[in-house]
Ligand binder design. Structure first.
Ligand SMILES: *[C@@H]1O[C@H](CO)[C@@H](O)[C@H](O)[C@H]1NC(C)=O
Ligand SMILES: *[C@@H]1O[C@H](CO)[C@@H](O)[C@H](O)[C@H]1NC(C)=O
Ligand SMILES: *[C@@H]1O[C@H](CO)[C@@H](O)[C@H](O)[C@H]1NC(C)=O
Ligand SMILES: *[C@@H]1O[C@H](CO)[C@@H](O)[C@H](O)[C@H]1NC(C)=O
Length: 491
């Protein structure tokens, strides 16, 4: 018995004497490009800048901490295909110290502009432990897995790529807000509004930003008048305390105080609120940990859909008196309640047990039994025009036809015309739009005669072509010149 015990003790002593086991020094992994960038985070109230490239993960606080990847593991969920991946990396401190720190870094890729990460405590080889990603890093143990939102810090990309707002906000809302300090109370001013609309003709910016207008309430000390343009940094889904929330990150495009530039937001999809309202909570700083539920967070917002603001909602004609009242329709929208007064028609359609959609029509022009009406859907951005043909009332049934464009028919007018434009807003006028990236650089032609052209020609009379800036200059042979004409000559 005694000799065997002696051998065991010797072996134990040897292990603790050798400096543990570390992965080979020349083995390195490169950090994937979807983590690269200049990131900002707020960790325990401290501003942190982190620079990540293929070789290093550098936390630029004092003292700086520069890490390189030694071992890495990609957490793949079947069926999830995104532009980035979740990883656990075993990282080594780059230092002159012969006994460097090793850290486990778990990264959750959320959007192209948002990463969440957890960095565990330093582990040193001389402590005698075996340093290996599968042994050292908690996330490799399926019992623990990747960290939850609360265990991570959120990093916001300093120079974010363009990300569409549609997954965050889309449409028009009025909101009430409550700042969670000093018992300020709820400010519910009708002028507090969110406008997240994509303006036609400017596809570059408008769907990547939205406008939030805060209006003050006289009796709420924490309320204020302010208008902020937020850039969207994307949204993601995460489970917190057993509840699946939608998170989103936004960036104030002009705020000077770096701590207040980035915000995290949280909501529940399908809130099924009887008043058709949507609750969000928003952080004050660049972190998501303070958002505890849709009722608990630094800023509580209750959004109510409203019709998009448009001058075309003010009525310019009257609907027939004898259709005023409340109706039920089975027409364009299945089972809607319809309320008609002298000038407006309001249709409420149930979407499900809790939610409904409201469509407003306003009389703009009338001819005989036909009524041209502005149409807006509450909470949506679009302003459309539809034509109603209201047929004579028969007992307690009003019949109408909504004239939608069916198949094209030849235009009653043909020919080529010049036109001038009159509009309430400058942006409603026809303008030349060139979307996206052109295949080749556009050639600037010297056009001496630009005309607004409207034409419907005999070869295709079911089309009207409108060109607000048609170049009428001709070359020496009498052919129209233009950039496309030039291309043919050049290529
Ligand atoms: C990363 O992990 C989170 C939480 O475990 C998960 O919801 C998400 O889908 C994962 N993302 C990717 C790109 O795998
Ligand atoms: C760690 O474990 C995974 C399986 O969970 C295995 O595929 C991988 O080879 C292991 N890595 C090392 C360095 O042992
Ligand atoms: C008709 O209804 C609209 C929308 O509800 C309202 O704005 C307008 O004041 C009403 N008009 C009259 C004459 O009551
Ligand atoms: C309303 O009354 C007018 C005249 O009183 C009639 O010509 C018209 O057909 C009626 N409209 C409807 C929708 O019944």
């Amino acid at each position: 018995m005694a000799p065997r015990l002696g051998i065991v003790l010797v072996i134990l002593a040897l292990i603790s004497y050798s400096d543990g086991v570390v992965p080979g020094n020349d083995v390195k992994c490169s950090i994937p490009d979807f983590y690269h960038g200049n990131w900002y985070s707020q960790e325990a109230g401290v501003d942190i800048d982190t620079l990540v490239n293929g070789d290093f993960w550098e936390i630029q606080t004092l003292p700086r901490l520069k890490l390189e990847c030694i071992q890495s593991y990609t957490h793949i969920i079947k069926g999830v295909e995104q532009d980035g991946q979740n990883r656990t990396m075993l990282m080594k401190e780059i230092t002159n110290d012969p006994n460097p720190c090793y850290f486990c870094v778990d990264v959750l890729w959320r959007t192209k502009a948002i990463l969440q990460y957890r960095k565990d405590d330093c582990v040193k080889p001389n402590s005698g432990v075996n340093i290996d990603i599968n042994v050292t890093c908690k996330a490799m143990d399926s019992f623990f897995g990747l960290p939850g939102t609360d265990e991570t810090f959120t990093m916001f990309k300093k120079d974010p790529p363009n990300i569409n707002c549609i997954t965050t906000f889309e449409g028009v809302y009025q909101f009430s807000y409550e700042v969670d300090v000093g018992g300020g109370g709820i400010c519910n001013n009708p002028k507090s509004q969110i406008k997240a609309c994509q303006d036609p003709g400017s596809p570059y910016v408008d769907n990547q930003v939205f406008r939030m207008t805060y209006a003050k309430c006289a009796d709420v000390s924490t309320s204020r008048d302010d208008q902020i343009r937020y850039q969207c940094l994307g949204s993601w889904f995460a489970v917190k305390s057993g509840v699946g929330y939608t998170y989103a990150a936004i960036m104030d495009t002009v705020e000077g105080d770096p701590r207040e530039v980035y915000k995290c937001l949280m909501t529940l999809r399908n809130q099924k609120d009887a008043n058709n309202q949507i609750r969000w909570v928003m952080s004050r700083f660049a972190e998501c940990g303070s958002l505890n539920s849709i009722y608990r967070g630094p800023l509580k917002l209750v959004l109510t859909r409203i019709p998009p603001p448009t001058p075309y909602m003010s009525p310019k004609c009257n609907l027939p008196r004898n259709i005023t009242g409340s109706w039920l329709t089975q027409g364009i929208q299945y089972r809607s309640d319809v309320v008609v007064n002298d000038t407006h028609l309001i249709m409420s359609t149930k979407i499900n047990q809790f939610e409904f959609q409201e469509t407003h029509f306003s009389c703009q022009q009338t001819l005989g039994t036909r009524y041209l009406m502005t149409k807006v859907v509450v909470g949506k951005c679009e302003v459309d025009f539809v034509c109603f043909d209201i047929m004579p009332r028969h007992h307690s049934i009003v019949r109408y036809r909504v004239v939608n464009p069916p198949s094209a028919v030849p235009c009653p007018i043909a020919g080529r015309y010049y036109f001038t434009q009159e509009a309430i807003n400058e942006d409603e006028k026809y303008a030349t739009r060139i979307r996206g990236v052109t295949l080749r650089p556009r050639i600037q032609v010297d056009c001496r005669d630009v005309q607004a052209e409207f034409k419907s020609c005999s070869m295709n009379m079911d089309k009207i072509e409108v060109d607000a800036e048609y170049c009428e200059t001709v070359d020496y042979r009498g052919r129209p010149i233009g950039e496309y004409g030039k291309f043919i000559a050049v290529f």
